[in-house]
Design a protein around this ligand. Structure first.
Ligand SMILES: NC(=O)c1ccc[n+]([C@@H]2O[C@H](COP(=O)([O-])OP(=O)(O)OC[C@H]3O[C@@H](n4cnc5c(N)ncnc54)[C@H](O)[C@@H]3O)[C@@H](O)[C@H]2O)c1
Length: 265
C-alpha cells in the first residue's frame, strides 16, 4: 500500500510506540487520527508535535464500542473530506499489569482487574480493528493500488503473549489473544482487500516501561540475545511502515525483540 496521501488511525497515538508510529506515518506524507483516553495529553501532544493539517486528536476509551464507532466515523469523514482516504489503523492503546494469580496469603487476585486488562488490550483492539475494517470496506479501493487493496490493520501483541512470565496472567492472556486474532481477522477481511498483522514487541523504552524497577529492567535486558538494550519506539514504527507497505505481509505476528525468549524471573 502506498502510505502517502492516506489517513491512518492510531490508538494510543499520543504516547510511546503509538506516538512514534504516528510521527513516522506523517513523515511519509500521510495523516493520522490520534485516539486515546488521556484528553489533556492528547490535546497537548497533537498541538505541539504535529501540524494541524496532519493530525487530529479524538478522545476515546477503547472499551466503549459505541464511542469507537463514533470516532472512527468522524475520522473517516475527516479523511475523505481532505482527500486522504482511510488506509488502516494501528491498535496501540494498551495497559501493562502485573499481579500473581494468588497473593502471598494464597488469596486470588481480582477477577475484575483481569477482565479490565482483557477489555482494554484484547477487546478494545478487536473493536477498533472491526470498525476501521468496516469503514475501509465501504470505501472503494484506490486505482493506484495494484492488488486493489483497501487497507491494512496492525495489532500490537507482546512477547508476554507468547511466553508470559510470573505475574502476567492477565497481560499475557490479553496479548496472546491479540496474536490469535491475527489469522482469523486476515481471513475474514481478505475478501475486502484488507490485510491484518501484529507486532509482538519485546521490551521498548516508553512511558509504559518507565515505572519498572531497574533490577527488573536489567533482568529483562539480560534475556535479549542481541542487541542487549531496550528497543526504541522508532524501531517499532519502522516495522509498522513495512507492514503497511508490503502487500505480501498478511496474517503474521512479527516478533520484534532482539531474539528474546522470556524465561522465568
Ligand atoms: N513498551 C513495551 O515494552 C511494550 C512491549 C510489548 C507490548 N507493548 C504494547 O504496546 C502498546 C503501546 O504501549 P506503550 O509502551 O507505547 O505504552 P504507553 O503507556 O506509552 O501508551 C499506551 C497508550 O494507551 C492509552 N490507553 C490505555 N488504555 C486506554 C483505553 N482504555 N482507551 C484509550 N487509550 C488507552 C494510554 O493513555 C497511553 O497513551 C501497548 O498495547 C503495550 O501493551 C509495549
Amino acid at each position: 500500500m502506498i502510505i502517502s496521501n492516506r489517513t491512518f488511525i492510531v490508538s494510543g497515538g499520543i504516547s510511546g510506540l503509538g506516538l512514534a508510529t504516528a510521527k513516522a506515518i506523517v513523515a511519509q506524507g500521510a495523516r493520522v487520527a490520534l485516539l486515546d483516553r488521556n484528553e489533556d495529553l492528547g490535546r497537548e501532544v497533537s498541538s505541539s508535535q504535529f501540524e494541524p493539517a496532519s493530525a487530529r486528536f479524538y478522545c476515546v476509551d477503547v472499551t466503549d464500542a459505541d464511542d469507537i464507532e463514533r470516532v472512527v466515523g468522524e475520522a473517516s469523514r475527516w479523511a475523505a473530506d481532505a482527500g486522504y482516504p482511510l488506509g488502516g489503523c494501528v491498535c496501540a492503546a494498551g495497559v501493562a499489569f502485573a499481579s500473581t494469580t494468588l497473593d502471598s496469603s494464597g488469596d486470588p487476585a481480582s477477577i475484575d482487574t483481569f477482565k479490565s486488562v482483557v477489555d482494554i488490550n484484547l477487546i478494545g483492539s478487536y473493536a477498533l480493528a472491526t470498525f476501521v475494517a468496516s469503514s475501509l470496506a465501504h470505501q472503494p479501493p484506490l486505482e493506484s493500488e495494484p492488488d486493489h487493496e483497501r487497507g491494512a490493520i496492525v495489532l500490537v501483541s507482546s512477547v508476554a503473549g507468547l511466553e508470559g512470565q510470573k505475574g502476567q496472567a492477565a497481560y499475557g492472556a490479553s496479548k496472546g489473544g491479540v496474536a490469535s486474532l491475527v489469522l482469523p481477522l486476515a481471513r475474514d477481511l481478505a475478501r475486502w482487500g484488507i490485510r491484518v498483522n501484529a507486532i509482538a514487541p519485546g521490551v521498548f523504552e516508553t512511558p509504559m516501561a518507565g515505572p519498572m524497577p531497574n533490577r527488573v529492567k536489567q533482568k529483562l535486558v539480560s534475556q535479549l540475545e542481541f542487541p542487549q538494550r531496550f528497543g526504541q519506539p522508532e524501531e517499532f514504527a519502522d516495522v509498522v511502515l513495512a507492514l503497511f507497505r508490503n502487500g505480501m505481509l498478511n496474517g503474521t505476528v512479527i516478533r520484534l525483540d532482539g531474539a528474546t525468549r522470556m524465561g522465568k524471573i
